[in-house]
Design a binder for this molecule. Structure first.
Ligand code: ZN
Length: 274
């Protein structure tokens, strides 16, 4: 049965690391740099890596002109760094294979009770010149900055894969949830961004994979306290109950959601405070 299933999966690895495409890179730079639109302003992080981009687009107010400049910049940067980008792609894939990334994904599917069939098209990791790493839930694709260390590549990859699996589980449990609720700044998205760290820090397979490095919520959220505990501390006991076999993964999500809603005003009041 298991073997049969495996045979029906054509791709070799769960995660395939790929070179950036000019269009996607230009759009990413444009999306993050053309006026700060997210609750978090990512521009300083991007300009730190790409000071010449900042010079090029400084003062450009027209949206199309801005995108054109991002494209020009991305094209020359990718050209200049092509060998380095190829090396990064090969190295990321090798690290994933060497350290058993697929086995970790398999064990997560089992633990979350998610059918592995959802991964039948594989997960795509775009090796990017952009230091901010967005993920695309519907496409099961995400970005990784080409200068990331091996540990960070593993950590970001597992982080995004947890989101993909969670997204499916959540849709099963709460089919009425609207698609945009899984994205910033909605409550479901905030909770998913908390639980992902709880899981990374407590799951032993993941901890072995990420060389025991710990993970935490976005910096501004780290100050938030619920009943005297940080967000990660507050939600950890629910996951520990699950790890102890007392509740299913689905129940862990349900209980966490109930607890989140109870404390929603406190949590979101802080997050939305500017
Ligand atoms: Zn995340």
């Amino acid at each position: 049965m298991e073997n049969h299933k495996k045979e029906s999966i054509e791709h070799k690895w769960e995660v395939t690391f790929e070179l950036p495409t000019l269009e996607s890179e230009a759009k990413l730079l444009h999306g993050f740099c053309f006026v700060g639109r997210d609750p978090v302003d990512f521009r300083p992080m991007i300009y730190k890596q790409h000071p010449k981009l900042k010079e090029m687009i400084d003062g450009t107010e027209d949206k199309d002109e801005f995108l054109k400049k991002c494209r020009e910049y991305a094209e020359s940067y990718i050209k200049e760094k092509l060998e380095t980008l190829k090396q990064a792609r090969d190295n990321f894939q090798a690290v994933w294979e060497r350290d058993g990334g697929d086995a970790v994904v398999d064990s997560l599917c089992e633990e979350f009770e998610v059918d592995k069939e959802i991964l039948k098209n594989g997960i795509k990791a775009n090796v990017s010149i952009n230091p901010i790493c967005p993920r695309y839930l519907d496409k099961m694709a995400y970005s990784l900055f080409y200068e990331f260390s091996d540990v960070y590549v593993k950590k970001v990859s597992i982080h995004e894969i947890i989101h993909f699996l969670n997204f499916h589980k959540w849709r099963e449990l709460f089919p009425e949830t609207k698609r945009n609720a899984y994205e910033s700044p909605h409550s479901e998205w905030i909770l998913s961004e908390i639980l992902v760290h709880v899981i990374i820090n407590e799951n032993q397979d993941i901890q072995n994979f990420v060389e025991n490095s710990k993970s935490n919520v976005y910096m501004p959220w780290q100050k938030i306290l619920v009943e005297g505990k940080t967000l990660v501390e507050y939600f950890t006991p629910f996951y520990l109950e699950h790890l102890a076999g007392k509740i299913t993964f689905a129940e862990f999500l349900q209980q966490s959601w109930t607890a989140y809603k109870k404390n929603k005003v406190e949590i979101e009041g802080e997050i939305n405070k500017k």
